[in-house]
Design a protein around this ligand. Structure first.
Ligand SMILES: Nc1nc2c(ncn2[C@@H]2O[C@H](COP(=O)(O)OP(=O)(O)OP(=O)(O)O)[C@@H](O)[C@H]2O)c(=O)[nH]1
Length: 324
């Protein structure tokens, strides 16, 4: 029986991993893809942002795939393999704070994974706008070092001179990886899937100890605040608060994302923030049977949880109705 090809999609917070995953899942291929999506925060937003397809999607939330939910990753893959469902390929989207080394290690050391799956490639999405800032985090450096393919994404936000500078830096950090420039991860799928690029020899050259057991230690100053609220929000108030927030703490606010319930709106509102960049768009229609719940996640350094919660509550529509 031939082994199932597995792609690890990695890249720092907000680089474009889910954008790439959605591109793959929407490609119209007849393959059955088993997808595992790992999110750092206790509220899983990505599950709602991944396109609905025939493919099997398992969410591993509330922890990083390189440490707290690593055993869950192995259990999830084993259970998918045992389920008897048709699977042609695995794709694993790590959280933006994951060190890929322990994930790679699981594929080599776990007897079921190593017997049934073959690592095809590590594809790392790099955010052209934010990468220099992100490289102060060890995880961002490791994600680049272990990549077989580096997608230099968000090229629409930087000029040619800056892109050449980033490419030079990426090549210094990982001379073996192929670099492909993208906007919204518009890569040819043949350049990232089924490419047989993973080579343990290269990985051992970067990290000779990769096969030794070690737990990954995250920077303890980085945390996550998750907010869930059934009360409708006032869009103008939220926009004002978030604009002020990113001006004040944008350097330390690595990632913000939310699926929000705006008062009087038939659709959800999907919000993305990466440092100072904010982007929003209408999402799926609320069905009458659904509870209209806002979910929002903030990931960053030394976050003031009380302040964020109070800021969020100050945007509730009922407060503004009372004030007017
Ligand atoms: N301008 C621009 N924005 C992009 C591009 N690719 C993705 N984005 C935006 O970047 C934000 C983050 O994209 P995601 O695909 O959710 O990033 P991610 O890596 O999955 O994020 P996490 O899972 O939170 O780490 C969204 O607002 C995207 O629309 C791009 O090429 N250019």
């Amino acid at each position: 029986m031939s082994k199932l090809k597995t792609t690890i999609l990695t890249g720092f917070l907000g680089a474009g991993k889910t954008t790439l995953l959605n591109r793959i899942l929407s490609s119209g291929s007849s393959e059955h893809i088993a997808v595992i999506v790992n999110e750092y925060g206790e509220v899983g937003i990505d599950g709602q942002l991944v396109v609905q397809t025939k493919d099997e999607i398992v969410e591993l939330n509330n922890g990083c795939i390189c440490c707290t939910v690593r055993d869950d990753l192995i259990a999830a893959i084993r259970s998918l393999l045992a389920s008897g469902r048709p699977i042609d390929r695995f794709i694993i989207e790590t959280s933006g704070l994951a060190d890929p080394a322990p994930v790679i290690q699981s594929f080599i050391l776990d007897e079921v994974l190593s017997a049934r799956l073959e690592l095809d490639a590590i594809v790392t999405v790099v955010d052209a706008r934010h990468i220099s800032r992100q490289l102060s985090q060890e995880e961002a450096v490791e994600q680049i070092s272990f990549a077989d393919v580096l997608l230099l994404n968000k090229i629409d936000l930087e000029d040619e001179y800056r892109l050449i500078e980033i490419e030079r830096d990426l090549t210094k950090r990982n001379p073996l990886a192929r670099i492909i420039r993208t906007s919204s991860c518009d890569v040819e799928l043949a350049d990232i899937l089924g490419i047989g690029a993973f080579d343990l020899k290269n990985i051992l050259a970067i990290d000779p100890n990769i096969l030794d057991e070690h737990d990954h230690e995250h920077d303890q100053t980085i945390g996550c605040v998750a907010i869930r609220d059934y009360e409708a929000l006032d869009p103008a108030a939220l926009n004002g608060w978030l604009t002020r927030l990113v001006q004040e703490i944008g350097t330390d606010l690595f990632r913000m994302k939310g699926v929000l319930n705006f008062a009087g709106e038939a659709r959800r509102y999907v919000l993305h923030g990466v440092h100072m960049t904010l982007e929003g768009r209408p999402g799926k229609i609320w069905q009458p049977s659904e509870a209209r719940l806002s979910e929002m996640v903030f990931i960053g350094r030394n976050l003031d949880e009380g302040g964020l919660r109070e800021g969020f509550r100050s945007c509730l529509a009922k407060r503004h109705a009372l004030a007017s």
